[in-house]
Design a protein around this ligand. Structure first.
Ligand code: NDP
Length: 487
């Protein structure tokens, strides 16, 4: 199962190796096999990537928007055409089930490129009449944007950042997580095949230090990070020191509120999607499921019944619905939280263990886990676990549910399930989150902005809003009258 890339990095339109960089392995966590060995970027590689991006950006910004749009559109088409191969690589890299990667990774990246290609051709400013004079505004690119990704959705994260960045006339240097270094190299190849200038989209590998070096590089105009809140704090502070632009897509501990008039099958389905998809490794997951007291028993019963049906197994098997976690370290972290949940008095209603036999003995698997009788103070209700662990809490009134849902430093996402249309909008309006789903969960179409509030970050990906975070406004005042100078 080797998936060794041609070289570790993709810089200035070609693969690049520098064996002086710290070596690291890419491991398929379903089997523990090493599938590739790469090297972290050295300062020379980082500098080469940044300089190539700066050069390409000038050429790209001078390219007519419709021509830029064609390149993005072609890249999208190439991703769609190569979805099978890209999804297999993503499944190897992340150990997410092929059933998921076929529909939620490369295709989601392609949708971003397709949608932002249409936006690229429609960037415009406004004319401002000023009596005799007038002014007009232009939306300019920022320059070289650095993208830093988490390991759960490497292709999607790279494309969600690159699509608006490139549409606005910027270039990008992207650093994937060291745990999932492979798939974004293929995206870099595809950009070249689509006709992008060499250096427009570069991939450099490495750990946090490489991300830190990119963030403070003199040529960096903007940093967009998808990662945890602690990393976000460091990257934001480093970006601020150079007055660089920043987008922070960070973690969450999102609430999902289920009222007793909700469609129970939909609510259970939403709770499962929002906790078990990608083995729970999704930033916007609704990991605090607040169920109205009268519904709790029936809800829990159906939740357990349906969770028992989830097929755990080999990510490369199309029948598998849940694979392992991304790494052994992540599994240890998740199992630690499960132990803490039990110790602090939550009821382990389902799962909580490690499956055994065959592949399960080799990979970083954890059973889908449900805790009931969870209280707001418990660690599992406060901290982001990033694994398949659902916490069920109960509430009596709407006011109480909203207050408790908002009692968290995070603010990425939220959900409300109810049959009462008025209450649905009232609760969605009151929840402190960047995105709130009504009778749905974890849907992130490219047309709608996505991002957090509070400590979950700022800036937006997707939707037209994303363009504002990859461009800056210039005002040009045109004097038409004689200069009125007192001197
Ligand atoms: P981390 O915060 O550990 O890492 C994110 C990225 O930042 C990695 O590429 C990492 O490198 C890099 N990095 C680490 N330190 C620094 C630094 N000082 N300067 C620059 N870059 C640095 O997150 P994870 O990879 O563990 O991903 C999980 C987290 O991501 C969760 O909290 C999750 O909620 C969040 N996330 C948020 C999403 C959103 O859209 N809001 C979506 C997906 C995930 P390396 O790890 O290779 O060392």
């Amino acid at each position: 199962m080797r998936a060794q890339p041609t070289a570790s990095h993709f810089v200035d339109g070609a693969y690049l190796e520098d064996e002086a960089g710290t070596p690291f392995d890419s491991i398929h966590s379903a089997t523990g096999e090493v599938i590739a060995r790469l090297h972290a970027a050295t300062p020379a590689v980082i500098d080469k990537a940044m300089k190539a991006a700066a050069r390409a950006q000038k050429e790209w910004a001078a390219t007519p928007p419709a021509a830029r749009a064609r390149v993005l559109r072609k890249a999208a088409d190439l991703i769609y055409a190569n979805n099978q191969a890209l999804s297999e690589l993503e499944a190897l890299d992340t150990a997410k089930p092929i059933q998921e990667t076929l529909v939620a990774d490369a295709t989601s990246g392609a949708e971003a490129l397709e949608w932002f290609s249409a936006q690229a051709a429609s960037i415009a400013g406004e004319a401002v009449p000023l009596g005799t004079d007038f002014a007009y505004t232009v939306r300019e690119p920022l320059g070289v944007c650095v993208g830093i990704g988490a390991w759960n959705y490497p292709t999607q994260i790279a494309c969600w950042k690159a699509a608006p960045a490139l549409a606005c006339g910027n270039a990008m240097v992207f650093k994937p997580s060291e745990l999932t270094p492979l798939s974004t190299l293929k995206i870099a190849e595809i950009f070249m095949e689509a006709g992008a200038p060499a250096g427009l989209f570069n991939v450099v590998q490495g750990m946090g230090e490489v991300g830190a070096a990119l963030t403070t590089h003199p040529l960096t105009a903007k940093v967009s990070l998808t990662g945890s809140v602690p990393t976000g704090g460091k990257v934001y502070a480093a970006a601020a020191s150079g007055m660089r632009h920043a987008t922070m897509e960070l973690g969450g501990k999102s609430p999902m509120i289920v009222f007793d008039d909700a469609d129970i099958e939909d609510a259970v389905g939403g709770a499962m999607l929002g906790n078990f998809y990608s083995a729970g490794q999704i930033c916007s997951n609704g990991t605090r499921v607040f169920v109205q007291a009268g519904l709790e028993e029936r809800f829990l019963e159906r939740l357990i019944e349906r969770t028992k049906e989830i097929r755990l197994g080999d990510p490369m098997d199309p029948e598998t619905q849940m694979g392992p976690l991304v790494s052994e370290a992540q599994r240890e972290k998740v199992l630690g939280y499960i132990e803490t949940g039990k110790r602090e008095g939550a009821t382990l209603a389902h799962g909580g263990g490690v499956p055994s036999g065959g592949l399960f003995d080799k990979g970083a698997f954890v059973e889908p886990t449900i805790f009931s009788d969870v209280t707001d103070e418990m660690t599992i209700a406060r901290e982001e676990i990033f694994g398949p662990v659902l916490s069920l809490l109960t509430f009596e009134t709407e006011e109480e549910a909203v207050e408790r849902a908002n009692a968290t430093p995070f603010g990425l996402a939220a959900g409300v399930f109810t049959g009462d249309i008025t209450r649905a909008h009232r609760v969605a309006g009151a929840l402190e989150a960047g995105i709130c789903w009504i009778n749905a969960y974890n849907l992130t179409p490219v047309e709608a902005p996505f991002g957090g509030v509070k400590q979950s970050g700022f800036g937006r990906e997707n939707g037209r809003a994303a363009m504002e975070f990859y461009s800056q406004l210039k005002t040009i005042h045109v004097g038409l009258a004689p200069v009125d100078s007192p001197y």
